[in-house]
Write a protein of this length. Sequence first.
Lengths: 258, 323
Amino acid sequence: MPRQEAKAFRDFLLEVGSISDFTARFFREGFKPRYEWSELIRQCYVIGYKTLPLVGVTAFIMGLVLTVQSRPTLEEFGAESYLPSMVALSMIREIGPVITALICAGKIGSSIGAELGSMKVTEQIDAMEVSGTNPFKYLVVTRVTACTLMLPVLVVIADCISLYAAYIGVNFKDVVSLDLFFSKVFDSLVFGDVLPAMIKTYFFGFAIGIIGCYKGYNSTKGTEGVGIAANSAVVVSSLVVFILDLIAVQIADILGLT
Amino acid sequence: MEKTSSKIKLGAFVMTGTILLIVALYLIGTKQNLFNKTFSVYVRFNNVNGLIAGNNVRFAGITIGTIKKVSIENDSTVLVQMVIREDGIRYIRKKSVAEIGSDGLMGNKLVNLSTPDSDSPFVQANDTILSLSAVATDEMMRTLNTTNDNVLEITSDLKKITKRIYNSSPMWDLMSDSIAAENIRRTLRNIESATTIAGRMTTDAELLLSEIHDGKGMAGKILSDDSTARNFEETMVNLKAATDTAKLALHHMHEFMEDLNITPGPLGVLARDTVMASDMKSIFHNLDTSVRLLNENLEAMRGNFLFKKYFRKKAKEDKKAAQ
């Protein structure tokens, strides 16, 4: 193996080991009192509520576009009546959670990475340690927990918005009542569609939070490091979202939930 | 103040998400009959054609339940557990029939229930009802494929026939020949009249057969009358007796002929001597001639005045006797 590739592989393993250690520390610090409730609620507000407009608009567009784009294919089979079912299954099982997670990875991951990175390079984290505050508990645990808790809520709301958008999309060419549309939607859904999708969003949120915090908390090289931290937080957390999605699909398949 | 406002917004946000999730789960649960009183009814199929747990159960086109479990019972039977809602179970009877169908051409599989016998008692929980074999799409496609092959063969033959007709100049001549058309028309008329006659003949034959069957007419009597059969039998017996008698007579005749040949009597000589036969022939010839001449003499005597009176008197007596 060439030396450069060996170094890259070694760096990769080091990064994985560091993230694992960081995650283990999160669990150690997270379950230990004292809990930073007010900071957690503030982070929930910032991460959840403040992200809702962006997620909502994206979900609305996704629902509408998916409906309008799927219609010609279904029309070829004379199966337009399956449009609500198809959009519902697509959005709730896959597109809703993944798109929301990617939006959050972009907005929240970069924001956490940049915020903690700038605090790191300006030595605010060190100052907190000196003042007797546990910076990990205050900065990392609250953000990761808020991310983990808020992402499923965002996904539920995003799914509903996208289904409403699909209803509007169906009515572009058909006349379907809201009652009939949602009756068809829930006819096609079973718990096996909703629950695995909801469970995996907790992992998406946790991954986005932990990677954003890790990248920011361990940033170096001054202001340049802040940019790198923000950027790599988005890239890595987006990639991890897809990897987790793949694992979730495989597990759901093994458990017979697909 | 701002902190309180943020908390309220966050609370509203979280509550919205939670309520939406709960409502969604409730609606899905309702569709799967999780919150209704339900009854399990079983049905056995040879082939479920992809029916899975969660598919709908319909009665008269209305969804009244879902499939809870599909399990293989043995190598030829699949046991399907249906969960029927309380408001639907009261329409299902013990003799109801379950059939696997699909929701549209490409839709999910489902079980259709129907009740051919409305007099049978209502089904109870955990009862098993009858099933009808599903029409498999694969089987339909196979049949359709065979039909297509047949149609292809037929059209191919038809194409050949059409081509032959098109290339056949006698056929076109025949088609353009008005005399031939008139002949064909006449022939058809003749065929029609022949058919009518044949029909009439058939009717007559049927009538005749019917009469024969009923014992009417000579043939009927012969075929149906017992006495005729008995007479026929007697006749056969008599015929047999006559045959025996004739046989005996022939035997006697044969014996007589043998005696005639052996015994030197006058009859044997007469039969075998050719010279005598010739003399006899000459004698008979002379006799014939004499008789004719005698007749002529007698006619001449009739005309003689000596015998005229006698013959007139005799004629009168004959006429009187005749009257």
